[in-house]
Design a protein around this ligand. Structure first.
Ligand code: OAD
Length: 243
């Protein structure tokens, strides 16, 4: 059977799962935003291919404090997505939410696109570029201020401004941990979209899912494919336009 036919059969199965499910949770990664023009990290054209220093170091807490200027050079180049718009995948999730089938979205993305698409219950495991505050006095700044600043963005008090993005060596926000755990516990179906599932502890939420259907849709294979009830290796828009 050709890959195309095989995927058509899988998409029919996905439709059945979605029809039967009442409490769907989506777990998303950078792959849902590539079709909005934002590069992922570890995909074929991911940003980790364009740096000499591994991203796990470049976006770590110690690198932020020790090499703040270099951190911001990279951050401003690779994380500035304030002008990007949601795509068919973000809107598909929102549509299912409007139909009352979705409990929530757990995302590793910091781009805010699920909110821009209108989704309301979004758990941002890795924070967001939309909040930024001074490490000394806590004053908040817009992402525009941060991305348009020369060099290191500074507060009026002289302190460094830090984006509310969870860096390597930092813990996930407690509220996000609580909400994500609850969503995964309550879900009958977990649909995982556009993530390599290589980053812990985020991927542990997928590991802990104990509901009826685990679905993974991703271009490349993931370490969790073997545990899923349905795996589709395709571009998300190819799948979404057939649903
Ligand atoms: P990755 O870059 O690790 O994985 C994205 C996955 O999406 C890859 O396996 C791609 O093949 C797949 N993909 C890309 N475009 C796709 C498309 N149109 N359709 C289907 N699949 C597609 O991104 P994440 O798993 O999200 O942390 O990475 C996790 C974390 O690593 C990120 O949140 C980030 C990074 O360190 C922070 O930003 C704090």
């Amino acid at each position: 059977m050709s890959d195309n036919n095989e995927n058509m059969i899988k998409i029919e199965k996905l439709k059945e799962i979605i029809d039967k499910s009442k409490k769907i949770v989506f777990f998303t990664g950078a792959g849902v935003s590539t079709e909005s023009g934002i590069k992922d990290f570890r995909g074929k054209d991911g940003i980790s291919k364009y740096t000499d220093i591994p991203i796990e170091i470049l976006i770590s807490k110690s690198y932020f404090y020790k090499h703040t200027l270099e951190f911001y050079d990279y951050y401003k180049k690779c994380f500035n997505c304030i002008d990007k718009k949601p795509n068919i995948t973000h809107y598909f999730i929102k549509k299912l939410e409007d139909e009352g089938k979705v409990l929530g979205v757990i995302t590793q993305n910091v781009d805010g696109l699920h909110y821009k698409a209108g989704s309301t219950n979004v758990v941002e495991l890795h924070g967001t570029i939309y909040k930024n505050r001074c490490v000394d006095c806590g004053k908040e700044y817009t992402p525009q201020y941060v991305f348009n600043s020369e060099g290191i963005p500074k507060c009026t008090c002289g302190g460094i401004i830090k984006p509310d993005v969870v860096l390597y060596e930092e813990s996930l926000p407690e509220k996000a941990i609580y909400e994500a755990s609850k969503l995964v516990r309550d879900a009958d179906t977990l649909i995982v979209l556009g993530t390599s599932l290589q980053v812990m502890p985020a991927s542990s939420y997928v590991a802990s899912f104990n509901g009826d259907n685990l679905v993974i849709i991703n271009l490349d294979s993931t370490p969790f494919d073997q545990y899923a009830d349905l795996v589709i290796h395709d571009k998300l828009s190819n799948v979404m336009e057939k649903l």
